[in-house]
Design a protein around this ligand. Structure first.
Ligand SMILES: [Zn+2]
Ligand SMILES: [Zn+2]
Length: 348
């Protein structure tokens, strides 16, 4: 074991604060990564504040990790010291179940999340990216394309794959009409990726103020959801809709926008059940589904795709000392569109 600087939530009601954690020394298959940037995801805040009722304290969140390899185990073949490396939401899985065999580790019943999961190496829980370094099995470490800005690349590890995976699964390609509901951390990535896939992208937003930004990010059209006439114009015309809204909203109005056999996928998680009417689904054989991040193979595919298209998240880079303030601002949607922590600040 060795000691690493980190920021942790000591309890559900306390602010995050500097601390020291123990990491394992790299074993034969492990890669040790010095963390350069870590994005801030809404899940970090939910977990730090025990809003999902399963947090073990101290809690070190962070699963949008980008850094440099500083040490590799004797059996590691895919990485060497000095390489750029990324770690997303997963750091291990059982590797034997049907999901793992099918490269869907993200659906493995025994997946080990990057933070707040039981850690068989330490006997405690896993600690995430708000930290100096991390040690991860090479099979769960991603390559980061060298041309990408590292601060903006970090959020690809969660927000990027969360939007890329359903867009690909539901066959979004050139010529498809794609809706993106909500323009926050997830939504802005969905727009960029759908645009790069060649789709005709329409952003649905509750706030007229986001129109210029949506167009700049790659949207072809912007519809203000309160405008019933505008909504009606698009009825029955979408191949696919990515719904990124994490608050309660009128899902039936969105379902009506789909054409026959169209699909709406939820990637936001409203805390209360959505009221889904059967008729919009029945009348055009539409479907409603959900999606959770992506497997390791697909995450690498997404990073390579983003490298080819030079896609990164729009980030506001902050020192880690601004973490608690960033959480409050994230709750007010006062960020365009993701915070990325410059881990050099951890040394200050
Ligand atoms: Zn996340
Ligand atoms: Zn598995």
């Amino acid at each position: 074991m060795y000691k690493a600087k980190a920021w942790a939530a000591p309890s559900a009601n306390a602010q995050l604060a500097p601390t020291t954690i123990e990491r394992r020394e790299p074993t034969a298959h492990d890669v040790q990564i010095e963390i350069l940037f870590c994005g801030i995801c809404h899940s970090d805040l939910h977990t730090a504040r025990n809003e999902w009722h399963n947090t073990v304290y101290p809690c070190v969140p962070g699963h949008e990790i980008v850094g440099k390899v500083t040490k590799v185990g004797s059996a590691v073949t895919r990485f060497k010291t000095g390489d750029l490396a990324g770690v997303g939401c997963l750091v291990d899985s059982d590797r034997t179940c049907p999901e793992c065999k099918d490269h869907h580790e993200n659906f493995c019943p025994n997946m080990v999340m990057t933070y707040n999961s039981p850690d068989e190496h330490t006997g405690k829980v896993t600690y995430g990216g708000y930290s100096q370094s991390v040690v991860v099995d090479e099979n769960f470490v991603l390559r980061i394309p060298a041309n990408l800005d590292l601060a903006g690349a970090a959020p690809l590890l969660c927000a990027g794959i969360t939007t890329y995976s359903p867009l690909r699964h539901w066959g979004v390609t050139e010529g498809k009409k794609v809706g993106v509901v909500g323009l926050g951390g997830l939504g802005h990535m969905g727009v960029k990726i759908a645009d790069a896939l060649g789709a005709h992208v329409v952003v649905f937003s509750g706030s007229p103020g986001k129109k210029d930004d949506a167009l700049r990010l790659g949207a072809d059209e912007v519809v203000i959801t309160k405008d019933a006439g505008e909504m009606q114009k698009h009825a029955g015309s979408f191949d696919f809709i990515l719904d990124t809204v994490s608050a309660d909203h009128d899902i039936n109005a969105d379902l009506q926008l789909l054409r026959r056999d169209g699909n709406l996928t939820l990637v936001g998680a409203p805390p209360t059940p959505l009221a889904v009417a059967a008729f919009p689904l029945i009348f055009a054989r539409r479907s409603l589904s959900g999606s959770l991040i992506g497997g390791i193979k697909e995450t690498q595919e997404m990073l390579d795709f983003c490298g080819q298209h030079n896609i990164t998240a729009d980030v506001e880079v902050i020192p880690i000392q601004k973490l608690n303030e960033a959480y409050e601002r994230m709750l007010r949607s006062d960020v365009k569109y993701r915070f990325s922590i410059d881990m050099a600040s951890l040394k200050a």
